[in-house]
Design a protein around this ligand. Structure first.
Ligand SMILES: Cc1ncc(COP(=O)(O)O)c(C=O)c1O
Length: 465
């Protein structure tokens, strides 16, 4: 092992030795796993920790060497029922012994139909009854965009400022949360126009800005967009996350989603609701769109749908999908997993709402603390999709919200300090924001432990500044 490390060091100094360490790093038996990973895993992937996960169960993750940490990331909102939920993992194992690749371009298959049967009982609107399955959130977004164009025979798509929809070409084109996601990838899919989401930052305002005013201003801009940039006759759809995810965990006020529905109806546009991150109980209802009562034309789901197995879906009314020609959609195998049962048996939504109240109470108390409070701009979110935005000086001299006295880069520093103390906690957005995405069945004790670590980390970062 020592020899491997020495050779790697030599290799970074001169070209002659580079052949030798390459051979050594080809096996995790001869190179330390982290060096092996840094050598062979694409640099295009970013990560919170450079450690290696060995196993995970429920709300806990064990790193190589046995270090166990509390997971408030859930694989970015994927393992909603905790890691390796016994019912879900057992269903997957049994399915693997029965039918792995039931190519839906060959025939229907039973697990696929049973999954639809189950999902029909939880979709947020009775009109949503025609399903298309894929593997990832991005793929489902691609499918929804293609369906919207195919159904309407129109091209343009309206995306929201701050939106994240994925990293494939269509999904990347409607992603407006950070430019890095499309770095070096242009030209992107054409025909995308952007309208503001009612987040106070987007209007150069400050936390506490009146929701009704933000909604009015956002909808007004969308109306202008349809008059000035993309005529309704050229516009296929509006795509929106009901809670901005990578854009900062900002819930849309119900009036905004209702306003979008009206504008879409008046102008013949489809409304695509992306619940990849906010769906499956994450915000306290099965789907976030239920809070507004808005009917989606196309609803995208993934992540919590299969609790870590690759599965995503687009569901829409049958009269819309009947306009698609057979063969236009990709036909991929899916891995139908029964997550919905666990929601009822384990009263998951009750737990989400109870733990959410505890989390908000603790974060509001932190914001009320005279030492810490001035450095916290905002505590927001819904259910267990919760964010704290710090007041660190950010990227713009014109931002009225930030505090010059707040330590720089607080979100990243707090996240790192949490990891040192045994808590996985992610940042999000271009603003100084950390996000809490614990398992939906997290116990009060584990939630309390995580909150305790977070508080300590925040206090330490403030004092070390
Ligand atoms: C709202 C939203 N849509 C789409 C995606 C893309 O999903 P995937 O990473 O599975 O491709 C994500 C991923 O974080 C997401 O949060």
């Amino acid at each position: 092992m020592l020899l491997g490390r020495q050779l790697l060091r030599t290799a970074s100094r001169g070209s002659r030795a580079s052949v030798v360490p390459q051979a050594l790093t080809r096996s995790i038996a001869t190179a330390p796993p982290i060096e092996f990973a840094q050598r062979h895993v694409s640099k295009g992937l970013a990560r919170l920790s450079e450690d290696v996960i060995e196993r995970a169960e429920g709300s806990w993750v064990t790193f190589r060497g046995g270090r166990t940490v509390l997971d408030f990331t859930c694989g970015i909102g994927v393992t909603n029922l905790g890691h390796c939920h016994p019912k879900v993992s057992k269903a997957a194992a049994e399915q693997c012994l029965n039918l792995v690749h039931g190519q839906c371009g060959i025939a229907y298959h039973e697990p696929y139909l049973r999954l639809i049967e189950r999902l029909l009982t939880i979709v947020p609107h009775a009109s949503l009854d025609s399903f298309f399955f894929a593997n990832s959130g991005s793929e489902a977004v691609e499918a929804a965009l293609k369906m919207a164009r195919g159904i309407t025979r129109k091209q343009n798509i309206v995306a929201m400022q701050g939106a994240f929809h994925g990293r494939t070409f269509g999904a990347m084109a409607v992603t407006k949360s950070k430019t890095v996601y499309a770095d070096g990838s242009s030209p992107l899919m054409p025909g995308v126009v952007t309208s503001p989401f009612p987040y106070w930052h987007h209007f150069n305002s400050a936390p506490g800005a009146d929701d009704a005013e933000l909604v009015r201003a956002s909808l007004y801009q969308l109306e202008l967009l349809l008059l000035q940039q993309s005529a309704p006759s050229d516009t296929a759809a509006v795509i929106v996350e009901p809670v901005l995810g990578e854009g900062g965990y900002v819930p849309a006020p119900p009036a905004f989603l209702q306003g979008l529905r009206d504008i879409c109806d008046k102008n013949g546009l489809l409304l695509i609701i992306d619940e990849v991150q906010s769906g499956f109980g994450r915000t306290g209802r099965m789907f976030n769109i239920q809070y507004s009562g808005v009917r989606p034309d196309l609803l995208i789901m993934a992540k919590g749908l299969a609790n870590g197995f690759p599965l995503s879906a687009v569901v829409s009314p049958k009269d819309l999908t009947d306009k698609l020609k057979p063969g236009t959609m990709v036909r991929l195998p899916s891995t139908p997993i029964e997550v919905a049962d666990a929601f009822q048996e384990e009263r998951i939504l009750e737990n989400v709402n109870a733990r959410s109240a505890e989390l908000f109470e603790a974060l509001w108390a932190l914001k009320a603390d005279p030492t810490v409070g001035p450095h916290i701009l905002d505590v927001r979110g819904q259910g267990l999709m919760v964010a704290v935005e710090f007041a660190s000086p950010a990227h713009s001299q014109f931002d009225p919200a930030v505090q010059k006295k707040t330590p720089p880069s607080m979100s990243m520093r707090v996240s790192k300090r949490c990891l040192e103390k045994g808590l996985l906690l992610l940042t999000t957005s271009i603003y100084e924001t950390v996000r809490f995405i614990p398992a939906l069945n997290i116990s009060p004790e584990d939630l309390g432990k995580g909150i305790g670590i977070f508080k300590e980390a925040v206090e330490e970062v403030i004092h070390e500044a």
